[in-house]
Design a protein around this ligand. Structure first.
Ligand SMILES: Cc1cc2nc3c(=O)[nH]c(=O)nc-3n(C[C@H](O)[C@H](O)[C@H](O)COP(=O)(O)O)c2cc1C
Ligand code: SF4
Ligand code: SF4
Length: 251
């Protein structure tokens, strides 16, 4: 069983490709009941998710805590754009013990800060490099490899155990900075439909963020077909990213 959470498709895509490769099943944790699953020694249980601030998303940590993995082989595949910190150690120590953990660097989906700026070109370079990495990771999972293999980046402990943990205690991404350029919005309702937190409602043909906090998954911003959604000011004119598979001609 492969459980995944994903905003812009990187983690969903990896989970589904892996399931296909291994003859396993990929399950979106949104709407799934973690207590409905029990595993035994011959099973393998995977968790695939994006890294947010050097930790797994809170929604994935909460889900993993409730799954009864028993003596199954457990592993995580974080997708991330830059550096992972101690995401795997944190996951294994606070949510669910991991036998293995294998990172895959993928394009960044958060065009809201000037520190990380992804362009179409840099995104395509990352996707190209991710193809052989996926193959490696699939082999590792197939062979039930143990241990962690991921790019930690500089000062990983501080990033995860200080910054990341603080982030989980009080997520500093509120929905207030999301806004819509009214004349770009075609009232398609995609943003409300894809939001895993049910934080968006369509009112008089336009999206309204009805919750104070959300999962900060960036699905609404990146999946809007007309790029009408902004987060603060920086996102204006920045590259929007959505995983469409490893065939680069689709981008
Ligand atoms: C709120 C937020 C925080 C992020 N933090 C990190 C991070 O700490 N390190 C990193 O390398 N990438 C970070 N990223 C990038 C994502 O982890 C990366 O693009 C991921 O593959 C997106 O997966 P998805 O398409 O399945 O949602 C962050 C993205 C978001 C939205
Ligand atoms: S996805 Fe974009 S165009 Fe569609 S309703 Fe939302 S803001 Fe409007
Ligand atoms: S409102 Fe938040 S949780 Fe919903 S799609 Fe947008 S970023 Fe994701």
């Amino acid at each position: 069983m492969i459980f995944y959470f994903s905003g812009t498709g990187n983690s969903a895509g990896i989970a589904r490709l892996l399931a296909q490769r291994l003859g396993d099943q990929a399950v979106n944790i949104i709407g799934a009941d973690p207590e409905a699953y029990t595993f035994s020694e011959q099973d393998s249980v995977g968790f695939v998710f994006p890294i947010y601030a050097y930790v797994a998303p809170a929604v994935m940590l909460d889900f993993a805590k409730k799954v009864s993995c028993g003596k199954a082989y457990t592993y995580a595949i974080p997708t991330f754009s830059n550096a992972a910190g101690c995401t795997l150690e944190h996951f294994s120590q606070t949510a669910c013990h991991l036998d293995g953990g294998f990172g895959i660097k993928m394009p960044d989906n958060m065009p809201v800060f000037d520190k990380i700026v992804e362009t179409r070109e840099t995104a395509m370079e990352k996707l190209k490099a991710a193809i052989p990495r996926f193959e490696q990771v699939a082999e590792k999972v197939k062979n039930r490899e143990t241990g962690f293999d991921i790019y930690y980046g500089p000062t990983p402990e501080a990033h995860t155990w200080e910054r990341g943990v603080k982030f989980l205690e009080a997520p500093y991404f509120k929905t207030t900075p999301y806004h819509v350029t009214a004349d770009k919005c075609i009232s398609c309702g995609v943003c409300a439909k894809v939001c895993p937190a049910d934080a968006i409602q369509m009112r008089e043909g336009k999206p309204v963020w009805v919750k104070e906090d959300c999962y900060i998954c960036m699905a609404c911003l990146n999946r809007c077909p007309t790029e009408a959604i902004e987060y603060g000011e920086f996102s204006k004119g920045q590259y929007r990213y959505l995983f469409k598979g490893f065939d680069l001609s689709k981008y």
